[in-house]
Design a protein around this ligand. Structure first.
Ligand code: SAH
Ligand code: SF4
Ligand code: F3S
Length: 421
């Protein structure tokens, strides 16, 4: 049987897309391999969000292209967001690339695969989950694209306009996954709160999902603060099936910068949202994305980001130095912050957030946790990995368990970003 090797960069949407491509190839007889050298096909799923992400992807593609020379017949496909941004020019930049499929073509990926392998038989019967997946947690995209045009961000250009998935498709996908043993689903969208299809908005979608038998835990990402409504928070608080976690990227603490970024909320609106979430959902984990060194950001404005972070007490945050992306509004702003200054700000921010993360983990020791067991801890005998109802990783080494079980436990200590039972 032919084999396929995947290398996936970027966000969860890219992971979900790689899973879709994997499923479609499996239905045509491909098996997954973890050896790029021995595979008949290599699929590299790329990200464009920062220059470093593109550099990393290009480095990997060039490495695969070199390896291909000694492997007659091996094919190299580049898919995803960088494939969308650079298109067929990638074939000239990196000879050896056989096919480029941009993120906007994911809608017709089935046809693309059919065109490439017209002789292959398509297996319609089997459940997608029989193709070598034993996970208890999975992603379901509910909307794609983004209409927000944050000034720094390339995503609306490479992913296109917002499109919500019809409710019936979401429901049948979820039920299919539950039948295959999935206990927890993370609903995905670049801007998931703006889901709307046939009069069903995002809070309504979540309510309906919480009534599906067998779905034990529900997560979603990413929420935009401007669309995070009281109604959404009420739905989250209405059932224990909803994880007590929300990823709510703030990006910056100063209102002038938020406005230049086109984020459409103020720092005080954001702080009020956090208060509302914490009042309704005790022990909620709130996580964030923060960007430093946006053009014209002053040192004083950066300090406003630090004070927001001090007040917000995020469980964790992804923190980035601004990287200009061609074609975005911010790329034409002249007053760039120097690389050294951006890195110094990032280092200071990371040090502050790391300390807050450590404290939050320590404060969770001794508290009752509901942990979904996700799998074995490879290195340790009789140890299990899991996640609490928030977003914290938990290592359990006491009792017999199996993936998919939810255990009520108390952590005895914390180590870095893991709670230990
Ligand atoms: N849809 C999500 C995330 C998009 S990209 C959202 O709206 O929050 C993930 C994160 O990458 C962003 O939240 C932002 O913090 C960061 N990012 C986006 N563009 C960037 C750029 N040009 N330079 C540095 N970081 C960037
Ligand atoms: Fe990018 Fe903003 Fe859309 Fe998120 S909401 S994907 S940061 S444009
Ligand atoms: Fe990257 Fe595309 Fe996701 S640019 S962050 S992989 S939507």
């Amino acid at each position: 049987m032919p084999s396929v090797y995947f290398q996936t960069f970027g966000c969860q949407m890219n992971s979900a897309d790689s899973d879709t491509i994997h499923e479609l190839l499996s239905r045509r007889g491909f098996v997954l391999t973890d050896s790029c050298g021995g595979s008949d096909l290599i699929v590299v799923n790329t990200c464009s969000v920062r220059e470093a992400a593109e550099k990393r992807a290009k480095g990997k593609i060039a490495e695969f292209a070199r390896g291909k020379k000694s492997r007659p017949g091996q094919k190299l496909w580049v898919v995803g967001c960088m494939a969308e941004r650079l298109g067929d020019s990638l074939k000239e930049q990196i000879p050896g690339v056989d096919l480029v499929v941009g993120a906007k073509q994911m809608e017709r990926i089935d046809e693309v695969i059919e065109e490439q392998f017209p002789q292959s038989q398509y297996d319609t019967g089997a459940s997608p989950m029989i193709f070598g997946k034993t996970a208890v947690t999975d992603f379901v995209p509910v909307m794609r694209g983004c209409d927000n045009y944050c000034a720094y961000c390339v995503v609306p250009y490479v992913r296109g306009r917002e499109q919500s998935v019809p409710y019936d498709i979401i429901e049948s996908t979820v039920k299919e996954k539950i039948a295959a043993g999935i206990k927890e689903i993370t609903f995905l969208g670049q801007n998931v709160n703006s889901y709307n299809h046939g009069g069903i908005d995002f809070p309504a979608l979540l309510s309906k999902m919480s009534n599906i038998d067998g779905l034990e835990r529900i997560r979603f990402t990413t929420s935009h603060p401007k669309d995070c409504t009281e109604k959404l928070i009420d739905v989250m608080a209405s059932s224990k099936k909803f994880a007590s976690h929300i990823h709510l990227p703030v990006q910056a603490g100063a209102d002038r910068i938020l406005s230049l970024m086109n984020r459409k909320y103020t720092s005080s609106h954001y702080r009020n949202l956090l208060d509302m979430i914490r009042t309704r959902i005790p022990h909620a984990d709130i996580t964030s994305d923060i960007l430093v060194g946006f053009p014209t950001e002053t040192d004083a404005e950066f300090r406003e980001t630090l004070s927001l972070v001090r007040a917000a007490r995020f469980t964790t945050a992804f923190m980035f130095a601004y990287s200009p992306r061609e074609g975005t509004a911010a790329a034409s702003m002249k007053e760039e912050i120097s690389k050294e200054e951006k890195n110094a700000r990032l280092t200071e921010l990371i040090a502050l957030q790391t300390e807050i993360t450590r404290e939050i983990y320590e404060n969770s020791v001794g508290r009752e946790l509901e942990v979904l067991i996700t799998g074995r801890q490879e290195k340790r005998d009789k140890a299990w990995m899991g996640q609490d109802a928030g977003c914290k990783k938990v290592l359990i080494s006491c009792e017999p368990a199996e993936p998919g079980m939810i255990l009520n436990v108390k952590a005895t200590r914390s180590s870095g970003m893991t709670l230990i039972v």
